[in-house]
Design a protein. Structure first.
Length: 492
């Protein structure tokens, strides 16, 4: 890709002063404005080196017109507590010492070479938004979906279709992680109970039409091996008119399970929650439910082996019954069970996407790196290129865990700073000029504030017109997001 702004034109060349000074800041590009990218930016600005006088120029890029990555496009709408993290990220970006360039796609609008021309260092914080594969027969049938794709739909991601087929009465969700809980909770909740959230209008309309009666969550191991977290599990029982149903035969505990319950408080709490639910329903064994119009079933020790179908459409799912092997792992028993379902959602983890010009570990779905220092195919460090967050360590851990990651990466970057490649770094405004020259309609921090205010105004209008108070209604279309954002003018 050619660079439209030459690094050598007189107006774009900065002074020859030492790097890291007010005259010649150490310039860092961060790709991805989710928690990983913003934490890295924030930690850089608060580092000891900066306190000792190092001057940085940090630009944060995102392929979406709005910032916050996974928080805007991965957290369930009925999780306002996590959305509260947005307030902390907002404060960081609102200080004015970190610039935001939205609607800029790394690999399309900017190449690694462009970034290396304009910056001393690049940090990739692109996360993981795709579903991990589940390779079983029938996975390609109509009615078999990736949970992460459904999350993108209900979170109003600009690049997914507006319509989601919600025609199934019985649904299987595969996986025992928090994403499976999110997917199952949103599928089983009544749409009216989600109206207080920021769900886009098309999502409300889609969910409102859903004829669902039964959502089944299937884990392949036992109750002591779930990857949920206690709060998120407990929350399942808070949905109105949704009964939770458990099965006594699934409550199997091996030595490793007993050990986990003894030594891990989270597991102890969750096993307690699940057991209480089981006992409560057994108190009324003839009818384990309260007669709610929707049911959420939790099954354990079910290993998915095939999605079955007719005329190309999902009609059921087959599992092999598992048993625990003493170590907390599971093995097949040779017994098979079929469930009639019309839709299957796999929530078996996220997977990172490869980035152009960066070596990728396709087995783990991460950028090849050593403690955040990006490595080339030959295993040696690529000077000035770093990674942080899920694209560095894989899609595990809660949002807060990303902080430790960011600290490691920025510590390495700052330790390397005197050995970073001596590129000719153009003046700070050259990157905007380059994007303009390529016709990239990038958005800015001021633009986000404009869009933020617009979405809140839509919420206020909906509150006036409708039955419930709505703080915000999300804008979904990329064109509309860009047009509202750019009405604020371009860069500070
Ligand atoms: P996860 O926590 O890794 O859970 C993946 C689940 O899929 C596990 O139960 C795993 O079982 C199962 N699985 C994997 N391969 C399978 C297969 N072939 N067949 C059947 N089951 C299979 O992943 P996640 O749910 O995508 O979550 C990713 C991260 O985001 C986690 O750290 C999670 O806590 C976090 N998150 C948090 C929230 C929140 O509200 N706090 C919301 C969403 C996500 P095994 O354990 O047997 O491998």
């Amino acid at each position: 890709m050619s660079t439209a702004v030459s690094a050598n034109t007189p107006e774009s060349v900065e002074s020859t002063a030492a790097r890291g000074t007010a005259e010649r800041p150490l310039r860092i590009a961060i790709i991805g404005s989710g928690p990983a990218g913003v934490y890295a930016a924030d930690m850089l600005t608060k580092s000891e080196e900066v306190r000792d006088g190092l001057v940085l120029g940090i630009d944060l890029f995102d392929r979406y017109p709005a910032p916050y990555g996974l928080i805007r496009y991965g957290v369930a709408p009925d999780h306002p507590r996590i959305k509260g993290i947005v307030n902390a990220l907002h404060k960081v970006l609102d200080r004015g010492d970190i610039r935001f360039f939205g609607n800029v796609d790394y690999g399309t609008d900017l190449s690694l070479e462009d970034l290396q021309t304009h910056y001393d260092a690049v940090i990739f914080a692109t996360g993981a938004i795709k579903d991990a594969d589940l390779n079983i027969p029938g996975i390609e049938l109509d009615g078999s979906y990736g949970g992460a794709d459904f999350v993108s739909w209900y979170d109003g991601h600009p690049d997914v279709p507006r319509e989601w087929p919600l025609t199934a009465k019985e649904i299987a969700v595969i996986g025992n992680g928090n994403v499976a809980l999110d997917v199952a909770r949103v599928l089983s909740k009544h749409a009216d109970d989600l109206l207080v959230t920021e769900i886009p209008d098309n999502v409300y309309a889609g969910l409102k039409e859903s004829p669902v009666t039964d959502v089944h969550i299937f884990g392949r191991r036992g109750p002591a091996q779930v990857k949920f977290t206690p709060l998120e599990l407990r929350e399942l029982s808070h949905s109105r008119d949704v009964d939770i149903v458990l099965y006594e035969e699934d409550f199997d505990f091996d030595d490793a399970s007993d050990e986990a319950v003894k030594t891990n408080n989270q597991i102890k709490t969750m096993v307690g929650t699940l057991t209480n639910w089981l006992v409560e329903q057994d108190d009324d064994a003839a009818d384990p439910t309260t007669g709610a119009s929707r049911r959420l079933h939790l099954h354990f020790l079910h290993n998915p082996v095939e999605i079955t179908g007719e005329d190309g459409k999902v009609t059921g799912i087959k599992f092999e019954r598992n048993e625990l092997d003493g170590t907390g792992n599971a093995r097949g028993t040779g017994e098979f069970i079929d469930y009639p379902v019309q839709a299957v959602y796999r929530s078996v983890g996220y997977f990172g996407s490869a980035l152009p010009d960066v070596d990728f570990d396709h087995r783990r779905g991460v950028v090849t790196n050593d403690g955040g220092r990006v490595l080339g195919a030959d295993g040696t460090q690529v000077p000035g290129v770093y990674a942080t967050g899920w694209i560095k360590r894989g899609p595990v851990g809660l949002i807060g865990h990303t902080k430790g990651d960011a600290l490691e990466t920025i510590t390495h970057l700052l330790a390397d700073r005197t050995e970073l490649p001596a590129a000719v770094v153009p003046a700070a405004d050259a990157i905007g000029a380059l994007l303009e020259s390529r016709g990239v309609e990038f958005t800015s921090w001021e633009g986000w504030n404009e869009l933020d205010a617009h979405e809140k105004a839509l919420g206020a209008a909906a509150t006036e017109a409708g039955p419930v108070a709505r703080e915000r209604v999300k804008v979904v279309s990329r064109e509309e997001m860009v047009s509202v954002s750019r009405s604020a003018g371009v860069l500070r």
